[in-house]
Design a protein around this ligand. Structure first.
Ligand code: GAP
Length: 484
């Protein structure tokens, strides 16, 4: 994780507050179990949120798996043998340093607390008194600034449960904390059944679970989240080149989907930041309201994981290259463990990023007395692609025509939405907030010449198009890539 800035809550972050409010108001994201007071850091995706998340994940799958010859997908079990997590190092080492503040009772991660150089004099309040002291730890409590802190304790982030009816130690299993390990344990299954030659990748999307101590910033960090990960297996001597390749590919993926370039950067990890399995790593970072922070990691995992699983399972996981010369025999045919480059993205974190990046407020202007909130999502990500709006609700000829138009979109697999409620201006405003790129208005003229008004979300321009051409026009605009 990238920085030690204080970043809790949404109080001092007006843009994040607006996004949280918009998500609730329009049905992108709700607090989970809200009627029972919610569950800390758990969220439910509403009618628009589920579409946005699915679109983000579908775009990733399309560009990572479908449109490449060298990557295939899997969908593995969330609960795997506990031996997987012993071998991967997660049982022993996937932990955060947990500290309790003795002054305000906050519980926090030492590595995320505000840094204060040892020896610095700090002031904080305890039981109504102002206390001065010398910082010794290198950090202070993120809530109250106190230096009266418990020892650090290693807290394992994996959720535990029991498999089967007996709650014994032998039955302990874990909810996966990353999707990656299934690609390693299935490496030979996939390689052999699909007859793949290096270099090639195995991709997976799905839920991961981490019992995070610090949950922060809405869906940025939650205990249950979705990942989009790919393990790219390559010859060891090519791994540095592939790391650079995937760093560029992944950065461009976000830009191509409309994220503003100036809000993205890649940052190489310092040696002391690298995960235990990693030789080199870049974070793709986004400029969130609280500063630059991680969006995705692109790591060189070397042969660490295959090596660990081979040793722990006793099963050979080496790849056989019939062309390569074996240095020991001088003959063709070499077995070796490939190295791995891993672009590991968070789908739910990407949803937050795309919402933040697309959010815009337009003030009232000449000729338009109301300002508006608009989500300038790329049409490929927009939950609803087109809203079809009969101008007059009571005119059944208009509503009938509008409903017929919606059906023509559905039969072309385009998510169209029918809305007849409220004045047309309010309906446009709702769709602007939902990020819908196009609205089609069905009015009196439609009855005579079979045309409708198309209104463009971004500049509110309106023009007349033929009903018969509407699907093609919208389809073309939705699929056209921003960059092409
Ligand atoms: N397999 C490597 C791996 O899981 P990671 O950096 O721990 O690496 C990859 O996670 C991505 O998953 C992160 O960049 C982030 O986008 C997402 N992610 C990780 N923990 C998360 C959490 N608690 N909530 C939301 N997204 C998370």
């Amino acid at each position: 994780m990238s920085d030690k800035k204080k970043k809790r809550g949404t109080e001092d972050l007006p843009l994040l507050q607006k996004i949280v409010a918009l998500c609730k108001r329009r049905g992108f994201v709700f607090p989970s179990s809200e009627i029972y007071g919610g569950l800390r850091s758990a969220y439910d995706y509403g009618p628009l949120g589920v579409e946005l998340k699915r679109n983000v994940m579908a775009e990733w799958w399309r560009s990572t798996v479908h449109e490449r010859e060298d990557v295939v997908g899997i969908d593995a079990s969330i609960i795997m043998s506990p031996r997987v997590w012993e071998a991967s190092g997660h049982v022993g080492g996937f932990s955060d340093p947990l500290v309790d503040c003795k002054t305000c009772k906050a519980r926090f991660r030492a590595d995320k607390a505000p840094a204060v150089a040892p020896g610095t004099e700090v002031t904080y309040r305890s039981q109504g008194k102002t206390i001065k002291g010398i910082a010794t730890r290198g950090y202070v409590c993120p809530e109250c600034g106190s230096i009266d802190l418990s020892e650090e304790r290693a807290f394992n982030l994996m959720f535990k449960t029991h498999y089967g009816p007996i709650e014994s130690d032998d039955a302990i299993v874990y909810l996966r904390p990353e999707t990656a390990q299934a690609m390693f344990v299935n490496f030979l299954n996939v390689q052999q059944t699909y007859r793949l030659r290096l270099p090639f990748g195995i991709a997976q999307q799905g839920k991961s679970f981490r019992n995070e101590i610090t949950v922060e910033h809405f869906i940025f960090r939650s205990c249950e989240f979705e990942q989009m990960e790919m393990e790219f297996f390559c010859e060891p001597e090519t791994s540095d080149t592939w790391l650079e390749y995937w760093r560029t590919e992944r950065l461009n993926w976000y830009i191509n989907l409309g994220c503003r370039e100036e809000n993205l950067r890649t940052r190489p990890h310092e040696k002391d930041e690298l995960a235990h399995y990693s030789k080199a790593c870049y974070d793709i970072e986004y400029r969130y309201p609280w500063g630059w922070d991680e969006l995705e990691g692109v790591a060189n995992r070397t042969d660490y994981d295959l090596g660990r699983h081979q040793a722990a399972s006793g099963k050979k996981l080496a790849y056989f290259d019939p062309q390569k010369i074996n240095p020991e025999t001088g003959k063709p045919g070499l077995r070796f463990l490939p190295h791995v480059i891993e672009p590991a993205a968070g789908a739910t974190r990407a949803v937050l990023m795309f919402l933040l990046d697309a959010y815009d407020e337009e003030p009232p202007s000449e000729g338009r007395k109301d300002g508006r909130v608009v989500l300038r999502l790329d049409p490929r990500l927009a939950p609803i692609k087109v809203a079809v709006l009969p101008l007059v609700k009571k005119d059944t000829e208009l509503t009938g025509k509008a409903r017929d138009i919606v059906k023509t979109f559905w039969s072309s697999s385009i998510n169209a939405f029918y809305d007849e409620k409220d004045a047309i201006g309010r309906r446009y405003a709702r769709q602007d907030e939902a990020g819908t790129p196009f609205c089609l208005t069905v009015d009196g003229q439609t009855k005579t010449d079979d045309t409708v008004t198309i209104r463009y979300r971004d500049d509110m321009r309106q023009e007349r198009i033929k009903v018969a051409e509407a699907v093609e026009i919208v389809k073309e605009k939705v699929t056209a890539s921003r960059r092409s």
